[in-house]
Design a protein around this ligand. Structure first.
Ligand SMILES: N[C@@H](CCC(=O)N[C@@H](CS)C(=O)NCC(=O)O)C(=O)O
Length: 224
């Protein structure tokens, strides 16, 4: 039995939840609040003091990208040649850098100030908007349509799906789906990801979920 421990939000865990579903490994989704997290940290159960953590039969594994790579290798979602692996890793790091731009705003205590900072980041020319432009450019230029130009979808696509759409759910004050508007290639990517059976079944009934609606088939279009 595998156990994924994280907060209830998608955050850095949703891509892992997706690949666990796809893997068909037996797994349990353990969610904790901040006091549950503090307890785990105090009891030294977190390899690097942070979440997510995946408990496996071999021990606990931390760092979301490492967990994704591990599970990717156990499924068909991580390529087996060194170059393709490196390109998948490159995408994972770039997507993580995008998420860190948002994380940098978490420490702004004043809500109005936080919203204003995020609006600047997501307006055209802002750092988040620029990342979305880059993702679109990569998808557009990819011969296969997958972000790391792999033959099949990879953990990089799963991370892109999880992070790019997760950001605009409404969970983060000041950021909304306008980041997706007009970015047709991202919408096409959304449809392709939703066609993967494990993803489709995970989110097909989530249209009305306050946070997870962004992953549901047809979330941003009417023709899925
Ligand atoms: N590089 C790590 C970052 C993990 C991380 O920052 N986790 C946050 C939640 S998203 C956390 O555990 N925060 C608790 C804290 O900082 O007190 C990863 O990708 O897993």
């Amino acid at each position: 039995m595998y156990r994924l421990i994280y907060f209830p939000t998608p955050g850095r865990a949703e891509a892992i939840r997706i690949i666990l579903d796809i893997s068909e490994l037996p797994w349990e989704n353990i969610t904790v609040d901040f006091s549950g997290y503090s307890e785990l940290r105090e009891s030294k159960k977190l390899p690097w003091g942070l979440l997510p953590v995946l408990e496996t039969p071999l021990g606990s594994l931390s760092e979301s990208s490492s967990i994704l790579r591990y599970l990717g290798k156990m499924t068909d979602y991580y390529p087996s040649d060194a170059w393709s692996e490196a390109k998948v890793d490159e995408c994972l790091d770039a997507i993580s850098d995008m998420s860190n731009i948002l994380v940098a705003t978490f420490s702004i205590n004043d809500l109005e100030e936080k919203i204003a900072a995020r609006k600047v980041l997501s307006a055209p020319g802002g750092k988040l908007s620029n990342c979305y432009d880059l993702f679109c450019e990569k998808l557009q230029n990819s011969k296969t349509g997958w972000i790391a130009e792999t033959e099949k979808p990879s953990i990089a696509d799963i991370r892109l799906f999880s992070d790019c759409f997760g950001l605009v759910s409404g969970n983060y004050d000041g950021i909304d789906p306008s980041l997706i508007e007009g970015r047709e290639i991202l919408l096409e990517f959304h449809s392709k990801m939703c066609a993967i059976p494990g993803i489709y079944s995970r989110y097909k009934d989530m249209k009305d979920d306050e946070i997870l609606w962004v992953y549901s088939p047809g979330a941003f279009t009417t023709n899925e």
